[in-house]
Design a protein around this ligand. Structure first.
Ligand code: CMC
Length: 428
């Protein structure tokens, strides 16, 4: 097989290196394209553009494969807990017993927020969306830990910064919820697990301590594991782009939170529930919603359907669909939204519009039903996604620095006016 790609343009021929990844994915390395030919490539939305070589996560969209550091998502979902998955994503290997213990101890150590940082929560209006609070507070942490502004990507200082971020994101998320709900904050309890501690900070009350059950602890671990990384998605690319200017890790992930917030990305998990509730309330047949989604003059889309990379099925959605049933059954809960979701999925499977465009349920379609079962309020769904995605953001930021990537700076083709001259005000 040739290891060169040839481009013929304006009667000249140019050769470019071809690179094959460890899973046989191929790319044409066009880094010198503009310098050699004067041309750039045009790929709005970056559907065909590779921005990096990465060894963190592998996705095969045609076969529905997702692996973190080589481990299939199905195995991690079945056998791992979130913090060992986070360790795997960050450091490349599953932790042994001692490594997991010291990682977990670090997370416990960093769970509390600086008291002055806590005061900032009361400055937000009661209606503030928790995603806005999360992004603002993540950026703010660096003011209280100036040492994190210059983060090396290896060694003790990196380990400390990464665990500080992984731990504090959970505390900030819970405090944001408590403040918005007008409830007193619950400080972290070092005797609890990562997930147990989060649920305690969310739901304990002065008169009643929240008791996490193994079913709920497992369900939350599952949710976070499934969101831990997903290669160069919109928010991770944002983290890399921001970090490429050598902005610190905290500002970079704060920007990642903003990118995740949108309904086409992480915001879809809440939008799915809103859509299912609307279907339930309206009593309209599903065909009404299918037709609306197909109508190009209507901005409505079936939330939780479609994916840029998965064109067959999203393996996370399959895992969630099954586990949602198990969790609801174990909790002896019935959720009519699950029935509507199942019917909606069935309806799309026999509709040519969805089949021909490979629009299948994505990770966000069933995840909200799991979060409802755990008792997480709707305005926190995308925040939960952010907590889960934190290991992936940090790992990608680190890898980008380790590879010493250049500042991200795409090109454009200008289509505006050519030179014209200033017209004095009186003549306009
Ligand atoms: N409902 C109706 N039509 C859709 C949908 C949908 N959910 N998704 C895509 N299409 C149509 C789209 O209109 C287009 O049709 P046509 O070829 O006739 O113009 C075709 O399918 C291709 O869509 P696209 O917008 O070019 O695809 P994309 O790769 O740019 O977008 C997506 C991917 C996930 C943003 C999109 O499928 C979507 O908006 N889905 C709904 C929002 C959602 O569930 N987002 C979560 C994504 S997965 C997890 C995450 O990233 O957070």
């Amino acid at each position: 097989m040739s290891d060169k790609a040839t481009l013929n343009v304006e009667g000249k021929s140019y050769e470019f290196d071809v690179f094959t990844g460890s899973e046989n994915e191929k790319c044409i390395d066009t880094q010198n394209l503009r310098a050699e030919t004067g041309y750039i490539t045009m790929d709005p939305g970056f559907g065909n553009t590779g921005s990096c070589y990465s060894s963190i996560t592998y996705v095969d969209g045609a076969k529905g494969i997702l692996r973190y550091r080589g481990y299939p998502i199905e195995e991690l979902a079945e056998k791992a807990i979130f913090i060992e998955t986070a360790y795997l994503v960050l450091y490349g290997e599953l932790p042994n017993k001692e490594q997991l213990k010291s990682f977990s101890d670090r997370l416990k150590e960093h769970a509390p927020l600086h008291t002055n940082l806590e005061h900032h929560f009361s400055g937000f209006p009661k209606s503030a969306p928790p995603m806005a609070i999360l992004s603002a507070m993540l950026n703010l942490i660096s003011c209280f830990h100036p040492e994190v502004l210059e983060v090396p990507t290896t060694g003790e200082q990196f380990d400390r910064t990464a665990s500080l971020l992984l731990s504090k994101v959970r505390t900030i998320a819970a405090f944001a919820y408590r403040m918005a709900a007008g409830k007193p904050i619950n400080h972290p309890n070092p005797n609890l697990t990562y997930c147990g501690n989060f649920l305690h900070m969310m739901f304990s009350d002065p008169y009643q301590e929240y008791k996490v059950t193994p079913i709920i602890d497992k369900a939350l671990n599952l949710f976070l594991i499934l969101h831990a990384d997903h290669e160069q998605n919109c928010s991770t690319s944002t983290v890399r782009v921001v970090g490429s200017s050598r902005a610190n890790l905290f500002s970079s992930v704060a920007a990642g939170v903003c990118a995740l917030w949108g309904p086409l990305h992480g915001g879809a998990n809440a939008a799915v529930i809103t859509m299912l509730e609307d279907i339930k309330k309206s009593g309209r047949p599903l065909t009404y919603y299918l037709e609306k989604a197909k109508d190009k003059d209507d901005p409505f889309r079936l939330m939780g359907f479609g994916h840029r990379v998965y064109k067959n099925f999203d393996p996370r959605s399959l895992i969630l669909k099954k586990r949602v049933h198990d969790v609801l059954e174990a909790l002896k809960v019935q959720d009519s939204l699950l029935d509507i979701a199942l019917e909606l999925e069935d309806a799309t499977l026999s509709d040519d519009y969805f089949v021909s465009r490979n629009l299948y349920p994505n990770v966000d379609f069933y995840s909200g039903i799991l979060l409802r079962a755990i008792g997480i309020p709707l305005n926190m769904y995308t925040v939960m996604f952010a907590i889960g995605r934190m290991p992936g953001w940090i790992a990608n930021w680190k890898e980008m620095h380790d590879h010493n990537l250049r500042i991200s700076r795409p090109r454009q083709i200008y289509t505006g006016k050519t030179t014209r001259h200033f017209i004095p005000m009186a003549e306009r």
